[in-house]
Design a protein around this ligand. Structure first.
Ligand SMILES: Nc1ncnc2c1ncn2[C@@H]1O[C@H](COP(=O)(O)OP(=O)(O)OP(=O)(O)O)[C@@H](O)[C@H]1O
Ligand SMILES: [Mg+2]
Length: 262
């Protein structure tokens, strides 16, 4: 039994993995409309989970709940065994290691790629103090590492404003990585990308799993197929419709129906 009194079978179907996020019976209403309806979801440590579902299924609302932007009417949301996310505000949740990438890239266009990553180190110091402070070796190494991971080493001195849309998205993922998150939430990362950028984004996200848990919301099914190695969760009308491998959910007649009915 864990902190929520759940049986192990409910939270874990891959032996050896511990859940890092627990959502239980979560409901969110907007003017009586249930955007999330008694939703339960468990994310394992290091897992890359894809979240799919038709428009309005509640995917973004779910991310809003995890990051503290929206407080549910009922249910519980735990980070690890002990952190009750419903008792924490947005900054505290981010500080605890849950970070989010919104759909639109929000890099600092007038700064270089390197400086953008440098800025991501800024927590309390503020923008200018961070840019003028001398980086220590660890920080410098960390930036180099992240540049490598996101494939922008050669673009380090370029202004972020002249990067392609895909490169800006990777830079923003890099900015999140600078904060060494334990959980990353990524909402529709490949919208507007070229085919080649989509493929590189898939490789990037695959390379990031393991060290951190990642939840990816995406409508591009080919992309989802290329990164879904474990479980895919299908959301519909604010609840989990089904979970399984990509093949399992794609062959599920209920899944076909909710997409066709959309
Ligand atoms: N702040 C809000 N006020 C009122 N209704 C909202 C609010 N946020 C979301 N909703 C409604 O809740 C439902 C779920 O929205 P949500 O954005 O979570 O869906 P989604 O699965 O992310 O959809 P999409 O795939 O289109 O991004 C929708 O019907 C939406 O209109
Ligand atoms: Mg959405």
């Amino acid at each position: 039994m864990n902190v929520l009194g759940l049986e192990a079978r409910q939270v874990d179907n891959s032996p050896g993995q511990k859940p890092i996020l627990y959502l239980e019976g979560v409901s969110v209403s907007f003017d009586g409309f249930k955007a999330l309806n008694n939703l339960s979801l468990y994310i394992d440590t290091g897992e890359l989970r894809c979240l799919i579902g038709p428009n309005g299924a509640g995917k973004t609302t779910l991310m809003d709940v995890i990051t503290g932007k929206t407080k549910p009417d009922s249910g519980s949301v735990y980070f690890g065994q002990t952190l009750d996310l419903l008792k924490m505000d947005e900054p505290a949740i981010a500080e605890a290691g849950i970070c989010r990438k919104f759909q639109k890239p929000s890099v600092f266009e007038m700064l270089s790629v390197f400086e953008n990553l440098e800025l991501a180190l800024a927590t309390h110091k503020g923008v200018w103090a961070t840019l003028f402070a001398k980086l220590n070796n660890h920080q410098r190494e960390r930036i180099e590492q992240v540049l490598e991971t996101i494939g922008l080493t050669e673009h380090r001195s370029q202004l972020a404003g002249i990067l392609s849309h895909g490169q800006k998205q990777w830079l923003e993922i890099g900015m999140l990585l600078m904060q060494e998150p334990k959980v990353m939430l990524v909402d529709e990362p490949v919208a507007g990308m070229t085919q080649q950028e989509v493929e590189r984004t898939a490789q990037l996200l695959l390379s990031l799993q393991g060290e951190r848990s990642i939840i990816v919301v995406e409508h591009d099914m080919e992309f989802v197929r290329s990164i879904a190695q474990h479980r895919v969760t299908v959301l519909h009308e604010g609840s989990v419709l089904t979970e399984g491998t990509m093949e399992e959910v794609q062959n599920d007649p209920r899944v076909k129906q909710v997409y066709l009915g959309d």
